[in-house]
Design a protein around this ligand. Structure first.
Ligand SMILES: Cc1cc2nc3c(=O)[nH]c(=O)nc-3n(C[C@H](O)[C@H](O)[C@H](O)COP(=O)(O)OP(=O)(O)OC[C@H]3O[C@@H](n4cnc5c(N)ncnc54)[C@H](O)[C@@H]3O)c2cc1C
Length: 383
């Protein structure tokens, strides 16, 4: 461990921030989380927990909670959106344990974040702390918050997401790019489907549109859909707006009857339309005293469902680098060297939206274990 680093300030108590705080505390660091939200509110959208992500949860101690709550799909089925023809069927369930050394799960983001936060010392999380400024001294960093308060730390980790203030401090303000895609998302009781059986996890592929359908809980009592489509502009600052059900049904009218039934069944009030944002693959890593992870560093299109997985992989690797290095500089270089190539690859494949559309071997994504793989100290790969 680096002797000059004891107090670590984590900006953002989302998925990546909570995970890095839990891992830092377990490694003996005095980590505190500063989160802008007034409190933790579990929100309901769905998320895939791929095996590479679950390995980090196991290291944190959150693995059992998500295994109890989450749905464990028997397969990840990729189908042609119109005909329903199977394009690629990836066996999961026990096959995921054998092939990737961990299960594949689906559940709500709120349940995922709640499970991680349960592994963070509750006295170390400060809500209502919106970072407004950062001032670096030679051996200390000052943090300023919108409520007028301040904090000091030896090291700052910026895990404050897509519109990161920490990133702005490091690289100047640059708004994230609207990707030209929106997603209609919603969840509702499976019982509303009237006994019609939907597969555990299906991606329905058309040319420029696609839909994901899956369950959010172990009992398969809650059903979820995300239906993505191009939209030329996003004329609001809000991340999402209420979704118009008739607009959604019209856009996806050519999809297989099973998808149309699932969308038609959605109660109008559950449908939200989300804008999808991204930044180019020029990642901002920070420097040895102010380090970025997750969406603050490398936001990507959600088409591989790997954004949260990459934030958790970052957290695991960064804490290993901080624990095993002799200086902040060495830890920072090792973190960037170890993460760059993989993140560039995942960012690129996510943008292309091709992952698992055709038969492929997804071992490179799912079998990866950031808690064990070698830490690199070699030259840094840049985009
Ligand atoms: C439609 C969609 C579907 C997705 N599906 C998946 C999926 O299935 N699987 C997957 O792995 N990923 C998925 N993702 C991506 C994933 O949600 C993100 O990549 C992930 O949440 C990034 O985690 P993070 O901790 O970096 O940021 P966030 O989860 O955004 O957390 C950032 C935190 O920082 C806080 N914050 C922000 N600014 C400040 C400030 N100034 N001061 C203090 N706190 C601040 C925020 O309140 C928030 O709590 C999806 C994304 C989208 C849009």
């Amino acid at each position: 461990m680096i002797r000059s680093i004891r107090r670590v300030a984590v900006v953002g108590g989302g998925i990546g921030g909570a995970a890095v705080a839990a891992l830092l505390q377990q490694a003996g660091f005095d980590a505190r989380v500063y989160e802008q939200a007034a409190s933790f509110v579990p929100v309901g959208a769905g998320i895939h927990l791929s095996p590479n992500l679950v390995k980090v949860l196991d290291r944190i101690g959150a693995g059992e909670a998500v295994r109890i709550k989450g749905c464990r799909p028997g397969a990840f089925t990729n189908r042609d959106a119109a005909t329903g023809e199977i394009l690629f069927d990836l066996p999961l369930g026990d096959a995921s344990l054998q092939a990737f050394n961990a299960p594949f799960l689906t559940l709500t983001r709120g349940d995922l974040l709640g499970a991680i936060l349960d592994c963070v010392n509750p006295d170390s999380i400060e809500y209502g702390k919106r970072l407004s400024g950062v001032k670096r001294h030679s051996e200390q960093v000052d943090l300023h918050f919108a409520d007028g308060s301040e904090a000091q730390a030896d090291l700052v980790i910026g895990a404050d997401g897509l519109r990161s203030k920490t990133r702005e401090f490091l690289a100047g303000f640059e708004a994230p790019h609207y990707s030209g895609q929106v997603a209609f998302r919603g969840s509702y009781p499976t019982a509303l489907l009237g006994g019609e059986r939907m597969e555990d996890l299906t991606k329905w592929w058309a040319t420029s549109t696609f839909a994901l359908t899956y369950y959010l809980d172990a009992a398969r009592d809650v059903f979820y859909f995300a239906a993505m489509t191009p939209q030329p502009s996003w004329p609001t600052d809000a991340s999402f707006v209420p979704g118009d059900k008739s607009e959604m049904l019209e856009i996806f009218a050519g999809f297989h009857p099973a998808v149309q039934r699932a969308l038609r069944t959605a109660p109008p009030e559950c449908i939200k339309k989300w804008a999808l944002f991204e930044r180019p693959s020029t990642f901002v890593w920070g420097d040895p005293r102010v380090i970025l992870l997750g969406d603050a560093c490398h936001p990507m299109r959600p088409f591989m469902s790997q954004g949260a997985a990459m934030a958790l992989e970052d957290a695991a690797v960064l804490v290993r680098c901080l624990s095993e290095s002799r200086s902040c500089e060495a830890a920072f270089d090792a973190y960037v060297a170890t993460r760059s190539e993989r993140l560039l690859h995942v960012h690129e494949v996510s943008s292309q939206n091709t992952f698992m559309r055709m038969p492929c071997d997804p071992t490179w994504v799912f079998a990866y274990d950031p808690t064990r793989m070698p830490i690199q100290t070699g030259p840094i790969v840049t985009s």
